[in-house]
Design a protein around this ligand. Structure first.
Ligand code: FAD
Length: 453
């Protein structure tokens, strides 16, 4: 077959997960032909067959990208607003912490599979996108840009047509692995000592939610925690984050009695709501949690890594997918400016995004400590109270959580503003030990001075 001229060749997207499917929409809306090579079978079929529901927190950065491609409304139909965190103490008492000062701004719980399916449907409807399932990328020729694939159904290996490839093949990216073998490629991967397991709370009678549906539930227990997000069918998907080792680590929870005792001891209010606990616990896999930092993300005008392939982060800020969607939006901006000069598109994209990827990776790790330790440390609790107090009373003051989740200012800037917030709180708390002693006048002056307002 005769090769197509370069400007008519398809762009290869490796991985049709969250970032890959959205990027396919962006590219097709610009008139590019796109071939998406996805290792798994078509997950839309599995959706029809029913399966475990896994959900994600979607916030402004992700919504902004969905808005740009015209998918916001459709996704909002399947999204459940969560206005704050509902903290569950061991004695069963509940404390609600709103995410924003107006108590209205929220994040959303969305089914991962539904979201992925709707992006696939939209991209296919644009006629320029072809999905090829059960096709695994195995290697790259960095000179020619060609991708080597294996058809998993037939075991046939082949080269994909096209000279420009965007790799969205996730945290354990095969394309990144190929780049690792090229000179001067930096890579750091760091695993947490904690893993995670997905569990479930079924719907109650008449498909009613058994917990408050408009909140993200957290059971913080010091060195471990559980969270739960609502699904449209009245169920909750819970995620237990636990060390692999130790008295109450995954390695020590090997028998039904031990798991039951663990939940009875630490999650007594959740246990009666989890009739399938033992099945879930022993049948669902234990996942690991990794932070990936690498650079460069691009090889000339041939290959680009994006999404988790370039910057996988731990899930404690609920930002991995949101960051991947923001990648798509920012890449789209550079395509507008510089395509078909893909070398320039990729280079400006990576220079723009790398510092922001670093910032959200660090903030996600910091949030891990914050989420699991909130019950334990009185000084930390006081700082949190002061933060909420300032956010409520000083219009110009915003918490870092709000900058990250409810705005699209670059992550690195949100990080910087969070550090200024910390300095303000340090100054206000100097020599005092209770919220009542906070001088709001002084606080307002400090906010204005330090943010140069
Ligand atoms: P993925 O979604 O992993 O997609 C990669 C795709 O590439 C997959 O379809 C895979 O099959 C395919 N693939 C892999 N290798 C190959 C290959 N060799 N060839 C072809 N195809 C391949 N983020 C949030 O924003 N909010 C949350 O609340 C949230 N919660 C999370 C909870 C947990 C427990 C975890 C682990 C993550 C969470 N995340 C969350 C992060 C989020 O899941 C990821 O950031 C997001 O899925 C990244 O999208 P991606 O498209 O880059 O990668």
């Amino acid at each position: 077959m005769e090769a197509l001229p370069p400007d008519q060749q398809p762009i290869n997207l490796i991985g049709g997960g969250l970032a890959g499917s959205l990027m396919a929409v962006y590219l097709a809306q610009k008139g590019f032909r796109v071939n998406v090579y996805e290792r798994r079978a078509d997950m839309r079929q599995q959706l029809l067959d029913g399966g475990r529901s896994i959900n994600l927190a979607l916030s402004e950065r992700g919504i902004h990208a969905l808005r740009e491609v015209g998918l916001e409304e459709e996704i909002m139909e399947i999204a459940i607003p969560m206005y704050g965190r509902m903290m569950h103490a061991v004695d069963g008492s509940l404390t609600f912490q709103a995410y924003s000062k107006d108590q209205q701004t929220c994040i959303y719980s969305v089914s991962r599979a539904e979201l992925n399916a709707r992006m696939m449907n939209l991209s296919e409807s644009l006629k320029l996108v072809d999905f090829f399932f059960e096709q695994r990328a195995e290697d790259i020729d960095f000179e020619s840009g060609e991708v080597y694939l294996k058809d998993l159904a037939t075991n046939r290996s082949y080269k994909a047509p096209g000279r420009v490839s965007i790799a969205c093949d996730g945290a354990f990216s095969a394309v990144r692995y190929a780049m690792q073998k090229t000179p001067r490629f930096n890579l750091e991967q760091a695993y947490l000592d904690h893993g995670y397991k997905e569990l479930s709370i079924p719907a109650g009678p008449d498909n009613r939610f058994q917990l408050e549906p408009n909140a993200l539930h957290i059971w913080p227990r010091g060195s471990f925690m559980m969270i739960a997000l609502p699904n449209l069918d009245g169920t909750f998907t819970c995620t237990l984050f636990l060390p692999f080792e130790g008295e109450w680590g995954f390695d020590a929870l090997k028998t039904p009695d031990r798991v039951h005792l663990f939940f009875e001891t630490f999650f007594p209010d959740a246990l009666p709501l989890m009739p399938h606990l033992l099945d879930d616990f022993f049948n669902n896999p234990t996942g690991s949690l990794v932070t990936i930092r690498c650079y460069p993300w691009a090889k000339k005008d041939r290959i680009l890594l994006m999404g988790d392939a370039s910057h996988a982060i731990v899930p404690f800020f609920g930002q991995g997918m949101n960051a991947g969607f923001e990648d798509c939006s920012i890449l789209n901006k550079y395509i507008d400016q510089h395509a078909p000069d893909w070398g320039k598109v990729f280079d400006e994209f990576q220079q723009d995004r790398k510092p922001n990827a670093e910032a959200i990776a660090d903030m996600a790790l910091e949030n891990f400590i914050e989420m699991r330790d909130t019950v334990a440390d009185p000084e930390f609790l006081l700082r949190k109270k002061v933060m909420h107090h300032l956010a409520r009373h000083i219009p110009e003051f915003q918490s870092r959580y709000e900058w990250v989740s409810f705005s699209t200012i670059p992550y690195a800037e949100a990080y910087r503003r969070g550090q200024i917030n910390d300095q303000i709180i340090d100054t206000l708390l100097d020599g005092i030990s209770s919220l009542e002693e906070i001088d709001l006048q002084q606080a307002e002056t400090l906010v204005k001075e330090m943010f140069a307002l």
